[in-house]
Design a protein around this ligand. Structure first.
Ligand code: IFM
Length: 487
């Protein structure tokens, strides 16, 4: 932009959001809580995975994480400073029914439920609406020992667990999200093996896809019974899949990836069928005989909203086999192709700005995804349940105060909020936006090396410091509007 353009943009009014738009931030239990052996919690697959040498960068694990389990009051006070109107967090299943097995849910642990009940009460007292995710990847280890998501019993126990949580919190929680990013659970957990439980088996991954979908459906039914007033949603990490060129081969590679990243979840949940092209693409791997006749009716029970997590675009190219495959890892997309979709799609390295994860930055994808969902599923409420960026932050001392001038993160948030604003202006019913993440935290296989927080956490002392992006976001919330350029 020229100086004149900047001046004009600064003078133009900021882009206002609808009245009542939810301004939130999100976290997940294993990434922030710590206290992994307290109050009756038993191990999850992430405890096991992180304690297996070589699985997580630097040997990091979630044993302490941000110690949110003990510091949640301090964290709520920070949310109040930011003016958040909603907070999305997840519940650790191994705290709620620590003795669950494939055969039975086991007794409910009052201390585990009590932690979340207090959290909900204190959020409400602070004027912050809780938005509760039931599953953000911390499967009880005992269930994995019996096959994990490849075992149908895991989905059945999940439905029962959902009923317990809804019965305890449903009088105060207005939004329940069944699963977070089942694509990651299935493909990163069971195909590429970079996430817990670390398996590399294409049949297992596709079986897990179905049992995750079934778990969602069983949880929807449980939530309707036990928390009839609550809104029910699922959060998917949908990809804005774009073929690299207009060639038919690239278009077909993009179709396959769209099938396995997006439609294998969207279609059963919102249309009650698995996409026929995905079944055909995967026929050499499995005949999908793990789908029982009544399952799709369960999976497609109506939901009230769809959560969308978006970080970066997915560019796909047909792989010609003439040279080694490229797999620029925009959010782990490369997990799908090599294991399941055949060996003919690759993810070419892109030029242009990237985050510390190496993920390309392109807010158009968020707008296009929201508009696609609006076109294909008119009337379905949408929430951006995660969006944000990792950058290598530097803590500076300014007049004795700790400061983190993370202008790149603020600009990432600003441009993606403009994209949400554009989607709303074109009719997409987007009701809320949650920054990932409230706090720097345990970034799964990357450990603590990647910082997504708008609040900095000094891991040696656990001291929290608002980054400049948090101050930027607070002003967006206060004005209910996003500026056209960074102030
Ligand atoms: O940290 C994760 C989160 O747990 C799920 N969505 C993507 C985030 C960034 O990788």
């Amino acid at each position: 932009m020229t100086t004149q353009h900047v001046a004009a943009a600064q003078a133009a009014p900021a882009l206002s959001f609808p009245e009542g738009f939810l301004w939130g931030s999100a976290t997940a239990a294993y990434q922030i809580e710590g206290a992994v052996a307290e109050d009756g919690r038993t191990p999850s697959i992430w405890d096991t995975f992180a304690h297996t040498p070589g699985r997580v960068a630097n040997g990091d694990n979630g044993d302490v994480a941000d110690d949110h389990y003990h510091r949640f009051r301090e964290d709520i006070a920070l949310m109040v400073r930011l003016g958040l109107t909603s907070y999305r967090f997840s519940i650790a299943w191994p705290r709620i029914t620590p003795e669950v097995t494939a055969e039975r849910l086991g007794p409910v642990n009052p201390a585990g439920l009590g932690f979340y009940s207090t959290l909900v009460d204190e959020l409400l007292a602070a004027g912050i609406t809780p938005s509760v995710t039931l599953y953000h990847w911390d499967l009880p280890q005992a269930l994995e020992d019996a096959g994990g998501w490849t075992n149908r019993a895991t989905a059945e126990r999940f439905g029962e667990y959902a009923e317990v949580v809804a019965g305890a919190l449903g009088d105060r929680v207005p939004v329940f999200i069944t699963l977070n990013e089942p694509w990651c659970s299935a493909f990163l957990g069971y195909a590429s093996g970079v996430h817990a439980p670390g398996r590399t088996d294409a049949v297992a991954a596709l079986t897990a896809v179905h049992h995750l979908n079934l778990a969602h459906g069983l949880a929807v039914a449980a939530l309707r019974r036990a928390a009839p007033a609550a809104k029910v949603a699922i959060t998917l990490n949908l990809a804005w899949v774009t073929p690299e060129t207009a060639s038919a081969a690239d278009a077909d590679a993009a179709r396959r990836i769209d099938g396995l990243q997006n439609r294998v979840f969207l279609d059963p949940i919102l249309r009650g069928t698995y996409p026929s092209d995905v079944l055909a693409d995967t026929a050499s791997v499995t005949d999908w005989s793990f789908v029982a006749p009544a399952d799709l009716a369960v999976i497609s029970a109506p939901i009230d909203a769809l959560g969308v997590n978006y970080y970066s675009p997915t560019i796909v190219r047909h792989w010609t086999r003439e040279r080694p495959k490229e797999s620029a890892d925009g959010h782990g997309d490369s997990a799908t192709s090599p294991w399941v979709a055949g060996e003919d799609a690759e993810f070419p390295t892109q030029n242009g700005p990237k985050t510390d994860m190496g993920w390309g930055i392109d807010p158009r994808g968020l707008r296009e995804l929201l508009l696609r969902l609006h076109r294909e599923h008119p009337g379905l409420q949408l929430m951006v349940t995660e969006n944000g960026a990792a950058f290598p932050d530097t803590v500076e001392n300014v007049d004795g105060d700790r400061c983190i001038n993370d202008v790149a993160r603020s600009e990432y948030l600003r441009t993606h909020l403009v994209a949400v604003h554009e989607a709303i202006a074109e009719g997409a019913p987007v009701v809320g936006y949650y920054v990932w993440s409230l706090l720097d935290n345990f970034e799964w296989a990357y450990g603590y090396g990647k910082r997504f927080g708008i609040i900095h956490v000094e891991y040696t002392t656990l001291e929290r410091t608002l980054k400049d992006s948090a101050l930027f976001y607070a002003e967006v919330i206060r004005s209910n509007a996003v500026p056209r350029v960074l102030p």
